[in-house]
Design a protein. Sequence first.
Length: 734
Amino acid sequence: MCTSGAWTPRVAMNISRKTILVIVSTFIGLVFILAITSDFILLNSFAKLENKLLGESIAKLKYEIRESLDDMESCARDYVALVQKWGASEIGTLDTDSLVNHHVDFVAVYNAAGELLSAKSADYHYRRPADLDDGLMQCLGKTALFAIKGKDRHLKGAIRNGARLHQVVVRPCAGGGILLVGRHIDREEIAQLSDIHEFALEIRQIRDEGLPADFKEALAGLGDGASFHAVPLDESHIAGYALFNDISGQPLFIAKLTERRLLYQQGKASITYILAALCIAGFVFCCVMLFFVRETVLKRLGILSATVRQISNDSDISSRLKVTEHNDELDGLALTINGMLDSLERAEITLREREEQYRILFERAPDSILLLGTEGDESGRIIAANKASAIQHGYTVEELCGMSIHDLNVPESNETAPDWMERIFGGQWITFEVWHFRKDGARFPLEVHAGPVRLNGKNYILGFDRDITSRKLAEETDHMYMEQIRQLNTELARQANGLEAANSELEAFNYSVSHDLRGPLTRISGYSQLILEDEATLDPQTRSYVTRIYESSCWLNEMIDAMLRLAQLARSEFQPQQVDLSAIVESLSIDFRAAEPERRPEVVIAPGLTVVGDLRLLKILLTNLFSNAWKYTAHSTSPRIEFGALHNGPVPVFFISDTGAGFDMKDVDRLFRVFTRLHDPGQFAGNGIGLATVQRIVNRHGGRIWAEGEPQKGATFYFTLQPDNPSVSRSFAS
C-alpha cells in the first residue's frame, strides 16, 4: 500500500504538468492566432474603412473647391452683364462690399488684344480694399491672353503667381474682351476649409523646389491615375493627398489633408479589450479544467496504473482490473486491459498447445531433422535430433545429441562441408547431397535442405535430411533407359534421312517421267488433230474414236503440266517479302470480271490485309482459291465472294468464302488430295490439283488450311501463313 500510494501521486503530478502544459500552450496558441488574425484581418478592415472615410473627406474638399468656382462663375456672369450694360470702366467703380458680398478678391476686364481695361481688388476675408500687385497683374494678363487665343473662353481653375495660388473664372464679354474673377488661395482660405470640415489642410505647388519628401512620395503614388493617396503618419493620424489642376487641365498643386485615426484607434482598443477578456476567461478555464481532470481522471488513472504494475510484477495474467459504474473512457480502458489480459491468457494457452504440436511434429516427422550449433563449443555439434534421424543413422536420440556432424559425414562430405556452411552463414537456405555413415559403418546418400535459424538469441543450422538411396537407384535405371532411347532416336534419324532421300529421288523421278511423257503425248495430240482436220476421209465412228483420243491426250497433258507445277512448288526457292493480299484479290476480281463481263457477283474485299511471304506463291494460292469461288458461284442466284481476315487468335486467319455449290462436310478430308474432285466434271471444269497446290503453299509458309461448307449454300476456306506458336513463328521467319 505504501509503495502504491507513493507511486500514484508522482504519476498524477507528471500528467498534471502535461495537462497544464497542453491547456496553456493551446490557449497561448489561440490567443496568438487571434492576435495575428486581428492584425491581418480586423485592423486591415479598419484601415480600409479608414481610407474610405479619408477619401470621402478629400471628395468633400474637392466639392468645396468646385462649389467655390461655381459661385465665382455666377458672380462672373453678373459682372459680364454689368460690363455689357455700362462698359468696362464700370468695374473700376465697384465698391469693396460688392466684391466681399460675391466672395471674390479681384475682378479684371481685358480687351481682345489682351490689354487691361479695368480692374478692382479687395480682401473679402477682412472686408477691406486691396491693391493688385504687379505679379498678379502679369499673371492675369497671361491668363487673359491664354483664354483669348484658346478655342474655349469659358475657363475656371487655379493659376500660379510665383509662390501664391489663385482661383479664377474666365468669361467672354462684349467686343471680344475677357472678364476674370478670382479669389486668393491663402492661409485664411485654407483655414476656413479646415474649420468647416475639421481636418488639417496643407497645399503645396508641385513645382516648388522645397517640396517636402512626403509630398514627393505622394506624387509618385498619384502618378498611376489614383484619385488620392493615403499614408498613415503615426498611430493617431493619417494623411491623404490629392492633385488639383490649373485652368489648362495640368496638375498645379497638391493638397495634404490630415485627420485623426479615430476608427483605427477604436479598433485596436476593441481588440485589446477582447484579448484581455480572453486571457481572463482562459485562466479561469484552465483552472477549472485542471481541477476537473485531476479529480475525475488522474486519480482513477493512478489506481489503474498501480493495478497494472502489480499484475506485471506478479506475472499473473489471470488477475483483472476493477471496473466502476462510471461507464466512461477510463472504464473502457479497464475493460480493454482486461480484454488484453484475456487475449494474453488465451495466447499463452495456444502457445503451449503449439509448442506441444511442434514437439510432436519434430519427434514424429518421417524425415530426419537435425539442429546444429554454430557458436563456441557448440559449433558443429548436434543440439537436437528427432526419432526419424536416430533410426536413419542407427543411433538413439541421446547418442546423436552428443555427436558432431563431422562424425556422421563421410570424408568426401567433410571436404565439401565448408562450402555449404559458408552459404548458410550468409543467410541462404540451400539443398545439397551428402553421404553419411550409419552406426554399423554403412554409407548411404542424403538430400539435405538446411538454413540458418535463431533461437533464444543464438544462431543455429536447421537441417531436414531425406534418405535418397531409392532415388539414386531409380536415377541409374533412368540413365540406362535414356541411353536406350538415345540409340533409338539415332536409328529413327537415320531412317528419316533415308526416307527424305527416297522422297527426293521419287520427286525427281516423277518430274523426269512427267517431262518425258510430254513429248509422246504432244505428238499423239498433234497427229489426232491432223486426222480430225481431214474430214473427207473419216467416217463418223472413226472421227469419234480419234476425237476421244485427242481429248484424252489433251487431258493427260494438262495433268502432266499440273504435276510439274506441283513439283516445282517444292523445289522453288522461298523469297519472303511484304505482300498486300487485298491488292492481289482486287486484281484477280478485275481480271475475272473482264474475262466474263456477263457475270456480276458481289465481291467484298477487306482492305489493307498484308503478310510476309513469297509473292509468287501467294499469287498462286489466291488465284486458285478465288477461281474456285468464281467457278462454283456460276449457278448461284445471289453470287457473293468475300475475302477477309479474323484477328481473334495468336495469328491472323484469312478466308475466302462464297455462296456457290458448296460441299458436304463428310468429304472434307478429300478436299486437298491430288486429282480428287467432289463435283461432276460436266458441271464444273478442273483437274483436281488446285487445292493440293494451295495446301503445299500454305505448308511452305508454316501455316495451316481448313474448310467449311454446306451443299448449295457455299464454302469458306480458312488459312494462316505463319505458325500459331509465336516461338515457332520467330524461328520459321528467321
